[in-house]
Write a protein that binds this ligand. Structure first.
Ligand code: ATP
Ligand code: MG
Length: 357
């Protein structure tokens, strides 16, 4: 195999056009040679959410420019690429198709392997861009579209312990932000609002806190916030509501993470207890502090990707690509985008009315 292979990562599953080039290293921690992320906030903010058609158009317009920038910054020429890894799912199908086809075209023209990556596997492996991490480990994936506890037993080997039965945590942040008049995507700004307010001012529900194992539910919170928001008038009360929401989320995650620790230990008696928190919401400092607290109390080591690697990026896609490249796990060029691609293929679908926990 090529010494220190170089992987081109491509990510266009939602509203970020991202290209990264990473190179394997003897230390086990690859070097990020470039990592360009172009977000589309300005395109979607007036609609209060991502408009798929506009997102896909923007990927088409930008992908060549972003790729050129990534090559320039890396100092690497096209001919040095060992393999191309593109996100294949989950995500918006017309957006996924742009990066997938771009990746296939580059791999075909360079005659190097093509690798389709599950976007969520990218998040799951993102801390490996900065440190060595052995399998198995416990993962809390909290992003715009997903909220799951999983045991990562190896590359492509996932066991889901729990999932949201309604909204994802990032979605709950964005919806709450919208109710409070914060523009999309409101998650990061809502955290700032929360820092100014009184977290004890409003009592909010903690859905399924004492049942459903490690499963999560956030939709009831949004309904409660909507009701309270109609009764408040001042800016101070908005800060208080944001702070109360932030505190409630921290408390829910504290209880559910403790439960996930128990489940992990039942299955993995004598392994190192590593707990990875990944996905866009893992950037939230209040959540980090609370998860550090519960980890310390239960002898788990909490591990986070750098803030800039929490949200969508292509370095994490290249990381998953590098691991697959080393295992000779390649894909054919007829690989299709999969908008609903799960991590644990055996896990039951747990969303919607009538779900039994
Ligand atoms: N500091 C923060 N506090 C709370 N939420 C945050 C923070 N920073 C980002 N987010 C939220 O993270 C989400 C974006 O994360 P990410 O890019 O991983 O999601 P996605 O790619 O849209 O979804 P998925 O990865 O599930 O397909 C948004 O909902 C955003 O509001
Ligand atoms: Mg994501």
């Amino acid at each position: 195999m090529t010494k220190n292979p170089i992987i081109l990562g491509v990510e266009t599953s939602c509203d970020e056009t991202a290209i990264s080039i990473i190179q394997d290293h003897e230390s086990g921690i690859p070097k990020i040679l470039s990592n360009i992320v172009s977000s589309q906030f300005d395109i979607h903010k007036e609609f209060g959410g991502v408009v798929p058609e506009l997102a896909a158009r923007s990927h088409v317009e930008k992908i060549n420019i972003i790729a050129r920038k990534a090559f320039k910054e890396s100092g690497i020429s096209l001919g040095k690429i060992s393999a191309v890894a593109s996100t294949v799912g989950p995500g918006l199908i017309i957006c996924l198709s742009v990066g997938l086809n771009f990746g296939k075209a580059v791999s075909s023209s360079l005659n190097v392997p093509f690798i389709g990556i599950n976007h969520l596997e990218g998040h799951a492996l993102s801390p490996k861009l900065q440190q060595n991490l052995e399998y198995p480990y416990l993962l809390l994936l909290i992003s715009g579209g997903h909220s799951q506890y999983l045991i990562v037993n190896g590359l492509g080997k996932y066991k889901r312990l729990g999932t949201t039965i309604d909204d994802a945590l990032g979605e709950a942040y964005d919806k709450t932000a919208k109710i409070l008049g914060i523009e999309f995507p409101g998650g990061p700004k809502l955290e700032k609002f929360a820092e100014e307010g009184d977290p004890y001012k409003f009592k909010l529900p903690k859905p399924i806190i004492n049942k459903g194992g490690c499963n999560l539910s956030f939709a009831g919170l949004k309904t409660a916030i909507l009701k309270i928001s109609k009764e408040i008038n001042t800016e101070k009360e908005k800060f208080d509501l944001a702070a109360s929401f932030q505190k409630t989320i921290e408390e829910i995650l504290y209880v559910k993470t403790k439960k996930a620790f128990e489940e992990f230990k039942k299955i993995n008696e004598s392994v190192k207890c590593n707990f990875v928190i990944a996905g866009g919401v893992a950037a939230n400092k209040g959540i980090r502090n609370k998860l550090n607290e519960v980890s310390e109390e239960n002898n788990f080591r909490a591990i986070y990707p750098d803030i800039k690697l929490c949200g969508d990026n292509a370095a994490m896609i290249a990381m998953a690509g590098l691991e697959r490249f080393k295992n000779n796990q390649f894909n054919e060029l007829d690989l299709q985008a999969d908008p609903r691609m799960p991590l644990d293929i055996n896990a039951k679908f747990l969303k919607g009315a009538g779900v039994k926990l």
